[in-house]
Design a protein around this ligand. Structure first.
Ligand code: PLP
Length: 236
C-alpha cells in the first residue's frame, strides 16, 4: 500500500496554523507576525529540516551552538537572532554574525555591539529586554530605567533600535498572560510617543504565543511547540 509522503516539519505547519488563527481573531495580518524558531539544544539535523521546510528565522541562546547550526546550514538563507544572555566579552562574534539581538539590557553591551558591527553590514537590529516583574532570575532592564536606556541605545550609530523584548512570568491564565504582554506594548507605545521609531514587540513562546499575538507581538520566539520537547543541553 502506498503511503502519502510525510510532512517533514509537522510542528511548523501546526504552529503556523495557530499563528494564523490567533492573528485573524485579533484582526491582524498573519504576515505581521514573524516566527523565530528557537534552536537551543536542538541537533543540527532538526534545524536543517525545519529551515528546508520554510522557516526563515532562527533564535540562538548560545554562541557555540549557533556556530554548529550555522555550519550545518551553510548556504541557506537564514536570519539569525541572538536571544540569550549576552556577556560583554562575547559581543564581537554576535555583532559580526547575527542579524538581530533581542537581549540588550545595558548600555555597555549596546556600545560594544555598535563599535564591533562590521562596516560592510547593515546596522544590527536590536531590542531592549525588559524585566517586567522584576524577577531576580531574569535579565532585562527595570521598567523605570527603560526610557533612558532606550534613548541612549537609539543614538548608537551601528545599531537600529527596533523595539522591546520580554520573558514575562509564566502564567496559566490567558488574561494574566495578556496582562504582561500589554505592559510591554504600553512601554513601547510610550517610547514611540517620545519620538523613537519602534516597530517591534518580541514576545510570546510556546506556552503563551496566542496571548502575545492578541497584544501586538511582532516576533514570536518558539522552541518546543516547533521541535517537540527540548533534548537535555549538552554538558559544556
Ligand atoms: C528557550 C527560549 C524560548 C522558547 O521557549 P519554548 O517554551 O520552548 O517555546 C524563547 N525565548 C527565549 C529567550 C528562550 O530562551
Amino acid at each position: 500500500m502506498l503511503t502519502a509522503p510525510q510532512n517533514p516539519s509537522p510542528g511548523l505547519a501546526r504552529v503556523r496554523e495557530r499563528i494564523a488563527r490567533a492573528a485573524r481573531e485579533a484582526c491582524r495580518d498573519p504576515a505581521s507576525v514573524t516566527l523565530i524558531g528557537v534552536a537551543k539544544s536542538q541537533p543540527a539535523e532538526s534545524i536543517t529540516t525545519i529551515v528546508d521546510g520554510g522557516l526563515a528565522d532562527l533564535g540562538e541562546n548560545y554562541l557555540q551552538e549557533a556556530e554548529e547550526h550555522a555550519a550545518a546550514l551553510a548556504g541557506r538563507p537564514v536570519r539569525w537572532h541572538f536571544i540569550g544572555a549576552l556577556q560583554s566579552n562575547k559581543t564581537r562574534p554576535v555583532a559580526e554574525r547575527f542579524d538581530w539581538v533581542h537581549t540588550v539590557d545595558r548600555l555597555k553591551i549596546a556600545e560594544r555591539l555598535s563599535a564591533q558591527r562590521p562596516a560592510g553590514l547593515p546596522p544590527l537590529a536590536v531590542c531592549v529586554q525588559v524585566n517586567l516583574a522584576g524577577e531576580a532570575s531574569k535579565s532585562g532592564v527595570a521598567p523605570a530605567e527603560l526610557p533612558a536606556l532606550a534613548q541612549a541605545v537609539a543614538r548608537l550609530p551601528r545599531l537600529a533600535l527596533r523595539g522591546l523584548m520580554a520573558l514575562p512570568p509564566e502564567e496559566q491564565e490567558v488574561a494574566r498572560q495578556r496582562h504582561w504582554f500589554r505592559e510591554l506594548r504600553l512601554m513601547r507605545d510610550a517610547l514611540v510617543q517620545r519620538g523613537l521609531a519602534l516597530d517591534t514587540l518580541s514576545m510570546g513562546m510556546s506556552g503563551d504565543f496566542e496571548a502575545a499575538i492578541a497584544e501586538g507581538a511582532t516576533h514570536l520566539r518558539i522552541g518546543s511547540a516547533l521541535f517537540g520537547p527540548r533534548p537535555p543541553p549538552p554538558s559544556r
